[in-house]
Design a protein around this ligand. Structure first.
Ligand SMILES: [Zn+2]
Length: 95
């Protein structure tokens, strides 16, 4: 359930309450004075919760815009076409 911030009509401190996202109430009862408190429009919680899935998505988006530049082949990399070690193959015509 998302958290909503409410501000009392009196000079009480703002308070946070959780309500279902399908039906967030416009008003709530102030826990300090019992008066009506209106729901405030809050900022979205973007970037909160740095999970490994979020890091993977960020890295994937970054690689689409600015991919890493490779200057050397990775160590131990194999050739694209395997070279034969049979000496008879050297006598074959080349394209
Ligand atoms: Zn109040």
């Amino acid at each position: 359930m998302p958290s909503y911030t409410f501000r009392c009509q009196q000079d009480c401190a703002d308070f946070v309450a959780q309500h279902p996202i399908a039906a967030p109430p416009e008003t709530a009862v102030c826990p300090e004075c019992g008066d009506s408190a209106r729901r405030m429009i809050g900022k979205p919680a973007l970037g909160v919760g740095r999970t490994s899935a979020m890091r993977l998505q960020d890295a994937t988006r970054a690689s689409a815009d600015s991919p890493d530049v490779v200057t050397n082949l990775p160590a131990g990399s194999r050739r694209a076409t395997p070279m034969s070690t049979n000496p008879l193959h050297r006598k074959l015509p080349r394209p």
